[in-house]
Design a protein around this ligand. Structure first.
Ligand code: COS
Length: 384
C-alpha cells in the first residue's frame, strides 16, 4: 500500500468551507427561513449574505471573476444552505444550473460577456429547458430560434423556470432545425432586457416558496448572433451534459434538507417526555433515527462521489449523477416525513421547520428530471 495514500475523506479545504457555510447559514439565513416560506418572498437576506461571502456562484472560474471552486465545493454550499432553507439554496443552485452550459460549451467571448456579472453577484442566471408539453421529453420542445442577419429571433414559451424574474440572464434551449429533432436544438443566452422577453406570474407551489417559479415568454425576442452557446444543433447535448453535472447538486440539496429535518428530530426527542421519560429512550424511535441517519449518510457519500467524478470530467456520468440525485431525493422525502412523525402533532404545525422541509423535499424528486427519468437514465446506462 502506498504510504502517500490520501485516505477517503473530504479535503481540509472542503471541511473548512462546510464550517464557513454552516456558520453563515445558521446566523444569516435560518432566522428568515420560516418567514420566507410563509410570505412566499424571495430570500434577499440570504442572497446578500451569500454574495458577500462569495458562495452564490462558487464554481465560476477565477479568470471570469469567480472563486474557481470545484463541483464538490458547490455541493457542500448547497447542502449547508438547504439544511436551514431550501429556497435560499436555490440561489447558488440555480446559478450553477444556468451557468454550467456556458462553462461547458460557450466561446470565451460569451463567457466574458456573462460570467463576470454572475461572479460579482450583480446578476443571477436561470436555466430554461422545459415547456408545458416538453417536460421529461425535453427534445419535444417547440420554442424556435431563427437567424435574421446578425441576430437570432426567439419565439415560444418556457415553463417551470426557477428564479425567473429575479435572474437577469437565462440559458435557453430552442429549436433551430425542426427536421433534426434533438440535433436541431441550440442553446442561447438571453438577457431580461432583450426586446421581446417577458416573465409570467408566479406559480403557486407546495414548497420552495421563496424561489419564484414562472413561465418566460419570447415574442420575436431578438438577441445578438454571438449569444449562441457552442455550435448550432449542439444545444440538447449541452443541456443533458449540464444535467450530468448539476443533478448531484440537487442530491446535495436533498441531503441538506434531510439533515436539517434529522437534526430537528434529534433535538426534539431528547426534550419531549411521555410515559414519564424522554421519548428518545423508546427503542422504536431510536431505530427510526438510526435508519434516517444511515440513509442520509449513504446519500451524502454518493453525492460527493458523483460530484467528484463530474469535476474530473469523467465520461458517462449519466448513471452516477442520476443515482445520486435519485437516492438523495428519495431519502429526503422519507427522512422529512419521518421527522414530522417523530415530532407528532408539533411536527404538523408551522411552529417547527419539519413540515416546511417535508414540503420542500418533494420538489427534489421532480425537478432536474423526475426520479422516473433518473431511473431511465440509469437503466439505459446499464443496458447499452
Ligand atoms: N450528454 C450529452 N449528450 C447526451 C447525453 C448526455 N448525458 N445523453 C444523451 N445525449 C445525446 C445522445 O447521444 C443523442 O445524440 P445523438 O443522436 O447524436 O447520438 C441526443 O443527446 C439525444 O439523446 P436521447 O435520444 O437519449 O434523448 P431522449 O429524447 O431519449 O431523452 C432523456 C433522454 C429522457 C434522458 C432526457 O430528455 C431527459 O433527461 N429528460 C428530462 C429532462 C429534465 O431533466 N428536465 C428537467 C428540466 S431542468 S430543471
Amino acid at each position: 500500500m502506498n504510504s502517500d495514500f490520501d485516505s477517503y475523506r473530504l479535503s481540509d479545504e472542503h471541511e473548512a468551507l462546510r464550517e464557513a457555510v454552516r456558520d453563515l447559514a445558521e446566523k444569516e439565513i435560518a432566522p428568515h427561513a420560516a418567514e420566507v416560506d410563509e410570505q412566499g418572498r424571495f430570500p434577499s437576506e440570504a442572497r446578500d449574505a451569500l454574495v458577500k461571502a462569495g458562495f452564490h456562484a462558487i464554481i465560476v472560474p477565477e479568470e471570469y471573476g469567480g472563486e474557481g471552486a470545484d463541483e464538490l465545493a458547490g455541493c457542500i454550499v448547497m447542502e449547508e444552505v438547504a439544511r436551514v432553507c431550501a429556497s435560499s439554496s436555490l440561489i447558488p443552485g440555480v446559478n450553477g444550473l444556468g451557468l454550467t452550459p456556458i462553462l461547458l460549451s460557450a466561446s470565451d467571448e460569451l463567457k466574458k460577456q456573462v460570467l463576470p456579472s454572475i461572479a460579482s453577484g450583480e446578476s443571477m442566471i436561470s436555466y430554461a429547458l422545459s415547456e408545458r408539453e416538453a417536460g421529461s421529453d425535453a427534445a419535444a420542445m417547440k420554442t424556435r430560434a431563427r437567424r435574421d442577419g446578425d441576430e437570432w429571433v426567439l419565439d415560444g414559451t418556457k415553463c417551470w423556470i426557477s428564479n425567473a424574474g429575479e435572474s437577469d440572464w437565462y440559458t435557453v434551449m430552442a429549436v433551430t432545425d425542426p427536421e433534426k429533432k434533438a440535433n436541431g436544438i441550440s442553446a442561447f443566452v438571453v438577457h431580461s432586457g432583450d426586446p421581446g422577453f417577458e416573465v409570467g406570474p408566479k406559480e403557486r407551489k407546495l414548497g420552495i416558496h421563496g424561489s419564484p417559479t414562472r413561465e418566460i415568454y419570447f415574442q420575436g425576442c431578438r438577441i445578438p448572433s454571438d449569444r449562441i452557446i457552442g455550435k448550432e444543433g449542439t444545444g440538447f447535448k449541452t443541456a443533458l451534459a449540464t444535467l450530468d453535472h448539476t443533478r448531484p447538486t440537487i442530491g446535495a440539496q436533498a441531503v441538506g434538507i434531510a439533515q436539517g429535518a434529522l437534526d430537528t428530530a434529534i433535538a426534539y426527542v431528547k426534550e419531549r417526555s411521555q410515559f414519564g421519560k424522554k421519548i428518545a429512550e423508546f427503542q422504536g424511535l431510536q431505530f427510526m433515527l438510526a435508519d434516517m441517519a444511515m440513509k442520509v449518510e449513504a446519500a451524502r457519500q454518493l453525492v460527493y462521489v458523483a460530484a467528484s467524478r463530474a469535476e474530473r470530467g469523467e465520461k458517462n456520468l449519466g448513471f452516477i449523477s442520476s443515482a445520486a440525485k435519485c437516492l438523495a431525493s428519495d431519502t429526503a422525502m422519507s427522512v422529512t416525513t419521518d421527522a414530522v412523525q417523530l415530532l407528532g402533532g408539533a411536527g404538523y404545525t408551522r411552529d417547527f421547520p419539519v413540515e416546511r422541509m417535508m414540503r420542500d423535499a418533494k420538489i427534489t424528486q421532480i425537478y432536474e428530471g423526475t426520479n422516473q427519468v433518473q431511473r431511465m437514465v440509469m437503466a439505459r446506462s446499464l443496458l447499452k
